[in-house]
Design a protein around this ligand. Structure first.
Ligand SMILES: [Zn+2]
Length: 221
């Protein structure tokens, strides 16, 4: 057995380790940002994104940045957050890694966005048809061995996905995408010392969303 596999005992441990979070409560300003992101997705869907004078916007941003949200999303070339949420340079502080899961460097980046740039909303953005989630399901299912450092990526993602394997409910791939988002939202909410403290004092909200490759729609999960 390689370290890219998981035993039934480990799955049971993961199950008991999962604690359901109370619903995240957004204040008015955070809700306004969520509404703005979803409105941007609606423009993207309608094929009528806002027009930009990128030259003027670039000049305006030379003095600094105040992104309205931080996004943890997948590296997948089909899911660029700025485009599918129709946001401009300076709007989003984006961390991308295949499988949109929390890494050390990604966490440090998000902490920078929250602590220094005062971003008050983090969105973990998964997507349907995610290759990293699919690869993790494949390893869990048949204990296949992936080449190079891809095995490391899958090893990190397994805890968030493994318990979905225990259910006979349909749409395993889609359930796994959502489970991966929820798992990483929880990881960020409990991340010490910065993010957990900001969540506790109401300065930060961390939510999950999924982008549907087929419809183009972003849905909060
Ligand atoms: Zn993906």
């Amino acid at each position: 057995m390689t370290d890219a596999t998981i035993t039934p005992d480990q799955i049971a441990q993961l199950q008991t380790a999962v604690v359901d979070e109370p619903d995240t409560v957004l204040d008015a300003a955070q809700q306004a940002v969520v509404d703005a992101l979803l409105a941007g997705n609606a423009r993207f869907l309608a094929g009528c994104p806002e027009q930009h004078d990128y030259s003027a916007e670039r000049t305006a941003l030379t003095e600094g940045q105040s992104p309205v949200a931080a996004i943890l999303s997948c590296s997948d070339s089909r899911v660029p957050p700025e485009l599918l949420l129709d946001q401009a340079p300076g709007d989003l502080f984006v961390v991308r890694v295949a499988g949109n899961f929390v890494t050390g460097e990604g966490l440090a980046s998000l902490e920078y966005g929250v602590e220094l740039l005062k971003t008050r909303l983090i969105v973990v953005l998964g997507h349907t048809g995610c290759g990293a989630v699919g690869a993790t399901l494949g390893v869990l299912r048949d204990q296949s061995i992936l080449p190079g450092h891809i095995a490391h990526l899958v090893r990190e993602m397994k805890p968030g996905i493994a318990r979905e394997m225990l259910s006979d409910a349909p749409h395993l791939a889609e359930r796994a995408v959502v489970a991966n988002v929820h798992y990483n939202v929880r990881r960020l909410i409990h991340s010490e010392p910065i993010l957990s403290a900001r969540v506790a004092d109401g300065e930060l909200a961390i939510i999950g969303a999924v982008y549907d490759l087929n419809t183009g729609q972003v849905v909060l999960v």
